[in-house]
Design a protein around this ligand. Structure first.
Ligand code: F6P
Length: 324
């Protein structure tokens, strides 16, 4: 292996830059060439490449977003698209790549390696924390801290006006952001896709909360939640069935994907970048670097993309007790 490509793909996540920096610097340390591939698979197909050395990644460890840009690429889903990508990589002399992204990005990488027997290692970068084989993905810690900050602020105004707020958070089909940030911000209710307790229970809980003397409430709603109503419909529903509440809605949206990465995400990204490059040089491929307990572990990409992560049942219990 003489030249390793690195790129970010799918939704961006804080800490992706720290991961890029780590891959580039590990290559420099081991005297291997490193090429940045811009705009994920789209840039790979178009040959949007730039050689990166240790100094190309100065002052980015603290920055959100990704200096290599990111994209969700439809062309790479086709055989023709992947052939074009392979031709571009060969032309540039890139003989392995590190993909930093989520499920969709790993699925593309897997198809590619199956067709071209090309060495690939994945690094999980997504705020959703929905990758099997890693307890944490790069960006998750920053995102939950961003959500906690936002909810602290919403609570100030909620309590000044004695209001109930439905706060929608990201997470795609899973509730890790909602559950963790909800517990961290002391939310009164957390609605997650993994546990649909229904509308009746929500009303009961809000009634109890009011009766127990709480004047304001925060209900966190994961965007993938299965209660059957979005936050705006929930507002109408509660206003209709429980007029004691003055209700407002806040959809946090893409601000959850931005911002300077936390120290945890920077360290995790730095460790994973080193492990990814070292794994390629050890002849490994088709694997994703993950973290379990405090150790880095490798999981086959085919496993990593297979299923949803499990929600933390103990944390659900803690949340239930805290909302008493
Ligand atoms: O996967 C990250 C994520 O932010 C999800 O939480 C969200 O559902 C989705 O991406 C939003 O995607 P887009 O930025 O394409 O609107």
């Amino acid at each position: 292996i003489k030249k390793i490509g690195v790129f970010t793909s799918g939704g961006d996540a804080p800490g992706m830059n720290a991961a890029i920096r780590s891959v580039v610097r590990t290559c420099a340390y081991l005297k291997i060439e490193c090429v940045g591939i811009y705009r994920g698979y789209q840039g790979m197909i178009e040959g949007d490449f730039k050689t990166l050395d240790a100094r190309s990644v100065n002052n980015i460890i603290n920055k959100g977003g990704t200096i290599l840009k990111s994209a969700r690429c439809d062309d790479f889903r086709t055989k023709e698209g992947r052939k074009k990508a392979y031709d571009q990589l060969t032309k540039e002399g890139i003989d392995a790549f590190v993909v930093i992204g989520g499920n969709g990005s790993f699925t593309g990488a897997l198809l590619f390696t199956q067709e071209y027997d090309f060495p690939v290692i994945g690094i999980p970068g997504t705020i959703d924390n929905d990758i099997l084989g890693s307890s944490f993905t790069i960006g998750f810690d920053t995102a939950i801290n961003t959500v906690v900050d936002a909810i602290d602020k919403i609570r100030d105004t909620a309590s000044s006006h004695n209001r109930l707020f439905f706060v929608e958070v990201m997470g795609r089909d899973v509730g890790h952001i909602a559950l963790n940030a909800g517990v961290g911000a002391g939310a009164e209710e957390i609605l997650i896709p993994e546990q649909n307790l229904g509308l009746e229970r929500l009303l009961d809980s809000l009634k109890r909360s009011k009766a127990s003397g709480k004047s304001s409430s925060i209900v966190i709603v994961a965007e993938g939640d299965k209660i059957g109503k979005n936050v705006f419909e929930l507002k109408e529903y509660v206003e209709e069935h429980l007029p004691i509440y003055d209700v407002r809605v806040s959809v946090l949206g893409h601000m959850q994907r931005g911002g300077n990465p936390t120290c945890y995400d920077r360290v995790l990204a730095s460790r994973m970048g080193v492990k990814a490059v070292e794994s390629i040089l050890e002849g490994k491929s088709n694997l994703m670097v993950g973290i379990r307990d405090t150790n880095l572990v490798l999981t086959p990409l085919a496993e990593a993309i297979k299923a949803h992560t499990e929600i933390d049942e103990e944390l659900i219990r803690v949340s239930d007790i805290m909302t008493t």
